[in-house]
Design a protein. Structure first.
Length: 233
């Protein structure tokens, strides 16, 4: 395999039961220098996920053995590997359910393979790879480390998806400022065509995780505007 874009260190697990589509996606990803592995059903996807430890999972929702949402649930129970959902379902409910379970982005069939590659690049870029060092943000009990893509609450690590991390990082950079959903969408999913309601799902998950970590009340909903991180002066 020839490295064309310097991405060979990144591995993408393609989970797709349509062989021709999976082959096409792999072809485009490998052309960009990514390593790929392919799974045609949900059980094999989990086997390869655990063995390969990929940098990103491209996950179809409609799969034999185990469906994509169940695969996503199990991936999220084991770690925070970025996941992009691939779905033939156009209903927003399916997309939002996937996001609530911890997906980082989604694409809807039919799509251009180039669009999928662009989403892969965007999500991996948001994971922090290749970015210059940035200062740690400290807000009340929170410590947001952009370099390690990590958040700690009173010293304890908080497990977040990439989108959740980017949202919290943006708000921690300007505590007490009210951000619109559009601003937050541009921060968390800049290359996505996701709807504003997507932010509500991410915020619901983020609020729950903060509360479970012993930091309730930090994430506020600003009626008619969006959200803010409220830290007492």
């Amino acid at each position: 395999m020839t490295q064309l874009r310097g991405n060979l260190q990144k591995a993408v697990l393609v989970v797709e039961d349509e062989p021709k589509l999976a082959e096409t996606l792999e072809l485009y990803l490998r052309h960009e220098g990514y390593r790929t592995e392919r799974a045609g059903d949900g059980r094999r996807a989990l086997e390869l996920y655990r063995a390969l430890k990929p940098d990103l999972v491209l996950l179809d929702l409609m799969l034999p053995e185990l469906d994509g949402l169940e695969v996503l649930r199990r991936i999220r129970s084991e770690g925070n590997t970025p996941v992009i959902l691939v779905t033939a379902r156009a209903e927003d409910l399916d997309k939002l359910l996937g996001l609530e379970l911890g997906a980082d982005d989604y694409v809807t069939k039919p799509f251009s393979p180039r669009e999928v590659v662009a989403r892969v690049k965007a999500v991996l870029r948001r994971s922090g790879g290749g970015e210059s060092a940035r200062a740690i943000l400290r807000c009340g009990p929170l410590e947001v480390d952009p370099e390690e893509v990590m958040v700690r609450v009173q010293g304890a690590r908080l497990d977040l998806t990439l989108a959740e991390f980017r949202l919290l990082e943006a708000m921690a950079s300007a505590p007490r400022r009210a951000f619109t959903r559009e601003e937050l969408l541009a921060v968390a999913l800049p290359e996505s065509d996701a709807l504003g309601r997507t932010i509500d799902v991410h915020m619901k998950n983020l609020r729950r995780k903060l509360e479970e970590a012993g930091a309730p009340g930090l994430l506020e909903t600003v009626r008619g505007v969006g959200y803010r991180l409220w830290i007492e002066p």
